[in-house]
Design a protein around this ligand. Sequence first.
Ligand SMILES: NC(=O)c1ccc[n+]([C@@H]2O[C@H](COP(=O)([O-])OP(=O)(O)OC[C@H]3O[C@@H](n4cnc5c(N)ncnc54)[C@H](O)[C@@H]3O)[C@@H](O)[C@H]2O)c1
Length: 268
Amino acid sequence: MSEDKFLKGKVALITGAGSGFGQKMAIAYAVKGADLVLNDINEDGLEETRNLVLEQYNSKILLVKADVSNSKEVEEMAKKTFETFDNVFVLVNNAGIDGGLYTALKAKESVYDKVFAVNVKGPLNVTKAFFRNMKRQKQFQPIAGKIINIASVAGTPNGHNPMLGIYSASKAALIAFTKLWALELGKSNITVNAISPGVFLTPIYNNDPKLIRQFLETRNVKIPIDRIGEAEWVADLAVFLASSTADYITGQNFIIDGGMSISVNKLN
Ligand SMILES: NC(=O)c1ccc[n+]([C@@H]2O[C@H](COP(=O)([O-])OP(=O)(O)OC[C@H]3O[C@@H](n4cnc5c(N)ncnc54)[C@H](O)[C@@H]3O)[C@@H](O)[C@H]2O)c1
């Protein structure tokens, strides 16, 4: 990635920015000159991300504690955002939870409700609260804004994970929303794309490669590019999607998984 500050004067809002991919994306967008709205339910995580960014970059940063599954809190976040900034050019729906290891039919209703609330209703709440303002951002022509949904390879037909049954279905729903919103917002010059990571070293796996290896072995899954992913690689893809090189790309789901999804049940 070049050092070109193509996001100067533009704001990137990232949900779930207190950890993992969200934290790396905050840094990656700051490298490109963006100002930041960082959202999470975890205030300590938000502080940590802000400090990491400010160690090296002078982005203006707004921290917003809000639960994405709560539409009132999300509307309040939109209000605070536009009191501080005059745009949100990049909106990354990244906050997500896995809900634990259950098959789809054995998961409790409470797991279903929680996982769908955060992973599906969350991005819907956030997108609904911001898209009208994004549409009006004529100053950034030809593209008014970019929405990036962090889905998962588990949400794709080759990657559905039986032991993450509810999670897989929630991410499939987010990929469907990606295409539906791309159709709806295309005429407003807003692109909408998804990133579907495979298995990456983040706090979701306690940053523990051994835990990931065990997880892969129990599923008998092999990764053709035989490495566990590093969160920066997802952040780099999110930077590409925010760049003008990706202006003509919308409604797509970018799988970044070392080939795991094409190998499931085929390399054993
Ligand atoms: N790590 C992986 O291998 C992997 C693979 C595929 C997809 N993903 C997806 O990537 C995204 C980020 O995952 P990660 O690995 O960085 O996980 P993570 O647990 O490190 O980060 C998720 C962040 O979201 C926040 N969050 C949770 N619920 C929230 C809510 N209701 N409102 C606001 N914030 C909330 C958490 O506090 C946390 O800071 C998730 O959507 C996850 O499903 C991760």
